[in-house]
Write a protein that binds this ligand. Structure first.
Ligand code: PMP
Length: 382
């Protein structure tokens, strides 16, 4: 059997149809979308087509989409723009404690600038209680940030409930949908969010391109200056082929999403059942049902997650401990600590994330290898 990739939450391979759609935009259809000649206008047309496709998919208007380099940039811009533009309204932000670092670090930065940040912890299943968020809202609260699904433990958050109250209280609501877009339905109207971030490489598009949804009427402060691209909200020559690829990836997701979610959740449940029945002292992290169709995340007692990932890699299987962005950081994950895990259990973690091309055969081979490698690592420890 060839290499087995079970780390789709870190990044997905691009769909061949996405690459095919992008190809002409490096050659005969290239152009700077800001140029007035026909090359430029063709490029602009292609960008607007992708914008309309994405907007339609998430229930937005095309003018509410700002293309960026990915969710990190989108999240940074959402937090800083809100802090800057609403400074006269208040200086208090509410952030879910298990956000991706691109939100958390932005929050820490604004805290250094004199803003107050309240962190909301999840329960032991990794779920944020909307009441816990509402209790923190004050007269000077300008932003609530809660992600749609967690990138480590895959838990889906009750964003619609939180959004409804945020809207009613007039507090801006940022939702990081990087792990959900293209995998489960994302509708900005149902969520009642004001800002929503996403990255194409999490749904079979290219790396280095993403978007920020900005609800009509909200003034977005640019983070990049020096051009009036994206209606002055994000300067710099467009990533033309990337944006075309993002649009194509959305089209494919629209066709595949329902079927894939069903197939992947069956495989996910098979993994969870197998691990909990056949591997001693294993615990599932994150809510059993309220989780992404493609995510299984465990803690294994007396196993170091980093060692396990390395030995599995030697057998040709790519899995991860948690977030790819924090790999190499010896600290236990902030997500696992927030759900109450000890340092040892947090360091004994394993994330399996499935995708478009995962087969039952691959999963069964992985499970067999996992059982054997966990046994070997535990023996070595004794
Ligand atoms: N938010 C979440 C939930 C993510 O999973 C990621 C990627 N791991 C990001 C933001 C950042 O995305 P990117 O690296 O594409 O900018």
């Amino acid at each position: 059997m060839g290499p087995i990739y079970l780390d789709y939450a870190a990044t997905t391979p691009a769909d061949p149809l996405v690459v095919e759609a992008m190809r002409p935009f490096y050659f005969e259809r290239f152009g700077n979308a800001s140029s007035p000649h026909s090359f430029g206008q063709n490029a602009r047309g292609a960008i607007e087509h992708s914008r309309a496709t994405l907007a339609d998919f998430i229930g937005a208007k095309p003018s509410e989409i700002v293309f960026t380099s990915g969710a990190t940039e989108s999240n940074n811009q959402a937090v800083f723009s809100t802090a800057l533009s609403l400074i006269d309204k208040g200086r208090h932000v509410i952030i879910c404690a298990i956000e991706h670092h691109s939100v958390l670090e932005s929050a820490h930065r604004v805290a250094k600038l004199g803003y107050q940040v309240s962190f909301v912890k999840p329960n032991a299943d990794g779920v944020i209680d909307p009441q816990a968020v509402f209790q923190l809202i004050r007269g000077d609260t300008i932003l609530i940030a809660v992600h749609h699904a967690n990138n480590e433990i895959g838990v889906i958050q009750p964003v619609e409930e939180i959004g409804a109250v945020a809207r009613q209280k007039g507090v801006r609501f940022l939702v990081d949908a990087t792990q959900t877009l293209g995998h489960i339905p994302v509708d900005v109207r149902r969520i009642s969010c004001d800002l929503l971030s996403l990255s194409a490489h999490k749904f079979y598009g290219p790396q280095g391109v993403g978007a920020l949804y900005v609800r009509e009427g909200i003034k977005l402060e640019p983070r990049l200056h020096g051009g009036d691209q994206e209606r002055g909200r994000r300067a710099g020559t467009h990533n033309l082929a990337g944006i075309v690829g993002l649009g194509k990836a959305i089209e494919l997701s629209r066709n595949h999403m329902g079927k894939e979610a069903k197939e992947q959740s069956a495989l996910r449940d098979h993994i969870i059942d197998y691990v909990l029945t056949n591997i001693e002292n294993a615990r599932l992290n994150g809510h059993r049902q309220q989780r992404l169709p493609n995510n299984a995340h465990f803690s294994l007692e007396d196993v170091n997650g980093e060692d396990l990932v390395a030995v599995l890699d030697m057998t040709g299987i790519a899995v991860s401990q948690g977030s790819a962005c924090t790999w190499g950081v010896l600290e236990p994950s902030h997500v696992l600590k927030a759900i109450g895990l000890s340092d040892t259990l947090a360091l004994g973690s394993l994330r399996i994330s499935l995708g478009r091309w995962t087969t039952r055969e691959e999963v069964d081979y992985f499970l067999q290898q996992l059982k054997s490698k966990v046994g070997q690592l535990r023996c070595r420890k004794k």
